[in-house]
Every structure is written in C-alpha cells, then in structure tokens.
Design a protein around this ligand. Structure first.
Ligand code: FNR
Length: 180
C-alpha cells in the first residue's frame, strides 16, 4: 500500500515532519510512506492551472498514483498553514487528484489544543475537494515538546499506541474505499 505524506510545515526542524518520519519507520512493514515534495510548488494561480509548471504535474502524478494520503499539519492562526492550503488548491483542480482519495490526518503542536482548529478547517477543505477523510480517529498531539526525546522523536507511549490504532483503522479505510 502506497501512502503519500503531506507535511503542512516547510521549516527544517518541523515536529510534524519528524512525526511523519517516525510513522514511516514504525509502519514500514504495513505501508510504504513517501513524503511529497511540495516545497517547490509555486503559488496557485487559476491563470496557470491548465498549463502548470512541471513540478505541479510531477507532484500531482505522485498523489494520483497513491492509495491514500497522510497529512501531518501544524496549526497557524487557528487554521492550516498557507503552505499546505496552496498544495491542496493545486490538487483540487483540473484532474482533481484528491477526489475519492482516502486521507488520514495527524497534527502536533506545543500548544494545548493539539491542532484541533486546524484539523476542523482541514476536514472542511478535504470535503470540498471530494476526499474521503477517515471519520473520527482524530490525532491531536498537544504539548508535543513534553512527548519527544532530544532528537524530536515521539516517545510518548499512550500517543504511540493511539497512532497504532488509527493507522490500522486507516489501512482498513483505504481497503474499504478502494472500489468507490
Ligand atoms: C503558530 N503556532 C500555533 N500553535 C497552535 O497550537 N495554534 C495556533 O494557532 C498557532 N499559530 C501559529 C502561527 C504561526 C505563524 C506560527 C509560526 C506558529 C505554533 C506552532 O504550533 C509551532 O510553531 C509548531 O512547532 C509548528 O509546527 P512545525 O513547524 O514544528 O511542524
């Protein structure tokens, strides 16, 4: 099963990127997780959507060929970062590569609410795009600085256990939605 991971943060030391790297390693035997290189995408412009840059075509092809999408996002001002929204806007148009695509969402923040508001925002955007977001299974990782080791790797056992459950549910969801 090929899963494409979209990290909603473009900073080098992103905790959400580290989270995806951990998931990639932890579920190696169950799923193949590849991080989507969205950092080269230009700002979405409707004038260009029929003749997009090569990088847009390339990245959209990877999404289209995947069995599902994992999104790990921070919360910026109670919403998803523009960096992530920009990628999703490209994916929502012309060949609509997120249509009927199963999606799992995770989010980590040092704050207390664990990206709740960004994830509500993200679920709404994904619904508009026709994606099939895994119902329930909300992974809100709050106070993340207290749950990682010195290298920024998540070590908090209850959170890891919950992630195991959600990943298994997502794998079932990908299978269930395959023929829709
Ligand atoms: C934040 N941060 C933040 N945190 C939060 O829980 N709710 C919020 O609304 C915001 N807003 C916000 C806006 C902007 C512009 C920045 C730069 C940051 C803090 C944020 O959760 C923190 O910087 C995370 O570490 C960002 O995730 P990555 O980059 O580590 O993955």
């Amino acid at each position: 099963m090929k899963i494409v991971a979209i990290v909603g943060s473009n900073r080098k030391q992103s905790i959400n990127k580290k989270l995806v790297e951990l998931l990639k390693e932890r579920y190696l035997e169950k799923v193949e997780i590849e991080i989507l290189p969205i950092e080269g995408l230009p700002m979405y412009n409707q004038d260009d959507e029929l003749t997009p840059a090569e990088v847009v075509i390339h990245v959209k092809k990877i999404v289209a060929a995947s069995d599902g999408v994992l999104i790990a996002t921070p919360e910026y001002n109670h919403a998803i970062p523009a960096f992530l929204k920009n990628a999703l806007d490209w994916f929502s148009r012309v060949d609509k590569v997120m249509m009927k695509k199963p999606v799992m969402i995770v989010g980590a923040t040092p704050g207390v609410l664990g990206t709740v508001r960004a994830q509500v925002n993200l679920r709404q955007i994904l619904a508009a795009m026709g994606a099939l977001t895994l119902p329930g299974n909300e992974v809100f990782i709050n106070a993340v600085h207290e749950k990682v080791d010195e290298a920024g790797k998540l070590t908090h056992e209850p959170t890891l256990g919950f992630l195991d459950t959600v990943m298994n549910n997502f794998i079932d969801w990908v299978e269930k939605t395959k023929h829709l």
